[in-house]
Write a protein that binds this ligand. Structure first.
Ligand SMILES: Cc1cc2nc3c(=O)[nH]c(=O)nc-3n(C[C@H](O)[C@H](O)[C@H](O)COP(=O)(O)O)c2cc1C
Length: 492
């Protein structure tokens, strides 16, 4: 692995953004914001969000700010991909400008390991999200430029880059998570939650008592909140506390009018109501993160919306799951990699040199962990832990373990290791019947469990020191050549 990768970079940047609006200004100053005027909610915003990611180099796609959206007041805007570049993600997490992706992962894992603490929000009496409140009959979700995202979708999705806030009725804690939300009519939405997701387990507790589940959903918020909401944070942990931990100071919240649920005070748009388990409406299909319309239209619980809170000139956020890369996969790859690294270490694994969740695997399905082998069985332990820790478990498929000279973010390096250090019949293990989802295109019905491979692409432990030497010029020799023939390297 290149000496620069993953070593000695952990700069903490104290210059923090206040909220999404402030962040947009800063992204603009960084030169990573593209303003798009006149796009239509019907397919245009979604398709542009998809194309910009697919046409950009990894970790370098700009954020898109849709302005003057056809048929809506000028101030109503939509932002896509706020955190989805290496520089933006580092800035949002409060790190200095990184040299490479593994810098961001390592800085994030260093924070989680050393000075991370959950920081609960500070409750306030009021905040910008209460600039406007539509109550009961006034509710009309179509006042917002809700996108129709992919050609094969079953409806318009107001919730993609969102945060669904519920309270566990027995254990009294708040969960905040990203689940897709489709508009059914002006005051009703459908919501889709995969089996095992915390919000789903919570709503089942209400449904079991014959009650609807109180809910608040934000559709525009600080990307730190979105990052926490769409990563697998532990059961019982409020994602707003977790996001506060990364922010370094508390988020501000206000209490929702009906159910007293916390809403980020500087959120752009939030709705409040209840999820009804006995009032099902057709939901989906929806283009999903593995790159397919993998689950059909189905009858799902519906949300009756009784309040809409929004700032003046609100900014809705849009995530576009589709064939990867998507406008959230880079950020998820880096966060998830840091979380896996942290979790496997906390489970006792030594010698980890780096982790990366590849965007081609939608940030979940093809993960690589690099270790410095220290004892027999170390590789297998690394692979099993990376596949089974909470951050790495849901909807995984491949975990590849590589030696410390392989950069886990570099597919070329990883494929070279798989091609030359892995003997398929003896070096690939399987995990069967693991936690997956109806969105997995290989699964045709319940119980939605899938199988995984753990690939040992390391030099065999028993004779690793006798493994043939790598045929490549040494760093010292390369440095000499760079110095002596500098002109050549300036030109190539
Ligand atoms: C853009 C986007 C959309 C998502 N949509 C859904 C969804 O509709 N249903 C779902 O179960 N998970 C969805 N997820 C994944 C969850 O947000 C993620 O697994 C999260 O950890 C769930 O939170 P929980 O652990 O509190 O349940 C989505 C993630 C992203 C990035």
């Amino acid at each position: 692995m290149d000496d620069a990768i993953g070593k000695s970079w952990s700069g903490r940047n104290q210059d923090r953004h206040e909220d999404l609006r402030d962040l947009i200004e800063r992204i603009d100053q960084m030169g990573e914001l593209e303003r798009v005027e006149g796009a239509d909610w019907n397919l245009e915003m979604g398709t542009l969000a998809e194309m910009v990611c697919q046409d950009s180099a990894a970790g370098r796609a700009p954020a898109l700010l849709f302005e003057k959206i056809e048929g809506f007041p000028d101030g109503f805007r939509v932002l896509a991909g706020a955190a989805n570049s290496m520089r933006r993600l580092a800035y949002i997490l409060g790190f200095d400008e990184p040299r490479n992706s593994l810098d961001v992962v390592q800085a994030c894992r260093d924070r989680l390991r050393t000075d991370f603490e959950l920081i609960p929000p500070e409750e306030q009496d009021g905040g910008p999200v209460f600039d406007n409140i539509d109550r009961d009959d006034e509710v009309d979700l179509y006042k917002f430029p809700i996108p129709f995202i992919h050609e094969g979708d079953g409806g318009r999705y107001i919730g993609t880059d969102d945060m669904v806030i519920t309270r566990d009725p027995e254990e009294d804690w708040i969960n905040a998570a990203t689940y897709r939300v489709m508009v059914q009519n002006k005051n009703t939405c459908g919501i889709w939650m995969s089996p095992g997701k915390h919000g789903r387990l919570i709503r089942e507790k209400y449904f079991a008592k014959g009650e609807p589940c109180p809910v608040v959903i934000c559709f525009g918020q600080d990307p730190l909140l979105f990052l926490a909401a769409h990563n697998e944070i532990d059961w019982g942990t409020n994602e707003m506390h977790y996001a506060g931990g990364h922010r370094g100071f508390p988020f501000e919240t206000v209490k929702s009018e009906i159910h007293g649920l916390p809403i980020p005070a500087r959120a752009e748009i939030a709705i409040e109501g209840e999820i009804y388990g006995d009032e099902l409406m057709p939901e989906g299909p929806f283009g999903e993160f593995m790159g397919y319309y993998a689950s059909d239209r189905s009858d799902e619980p519906s949300i009756k919306v009784r309040r809409v809170y929004y700032r003046n000139d609100p900014i809705m956020c849009l995530a576009n799951p589709a064939r990867p890369p998507n406008n959230f996969t880079y950020a998820r790859s880096a966060m998830k990699a840091a979380m896996i690294w942290d979790e496997v270490e906390k489970a006792g694994l030594p010698g980890v040199q780096g982790v990366w969740c590849h965007e081609a695997g939608a940030g979940r399905l093809f993960n690589v962990i690099a270790i410095k082998q220290l004892y027999p069985g170390h590789v297998s332990q690394a692979g099993m832990l990376a596949a089974n820790c909470h951050a790495g478990n849901y909807a995984g498929r491949w975990v590849t373990v590589v030696d410390e000279d392989i950069d886990p973010t570099d597919l070329y390096d990883v494929i070279w290791a798989m091609s030359t250090r892995c003997d398929p019949p003896s070096d690939i293990d399987f995990i069967r019947r693991a936690w997956s989802t109806p969105l997995d295109p290989l699964l045709q019905g319940p119980p939605y469990e899938n199988n995984r491979a753990i690939v040992d692409a390391c030099r065999p432990w028993g004779w690793k020191d006798d493994f043939p030497a790598v045929a490549q010029a040494t760093p010292e020799l390369k440095a000499k050549m760079r110095e002596k023939f500098a002109g050549l390297f300036d030109r190539i």
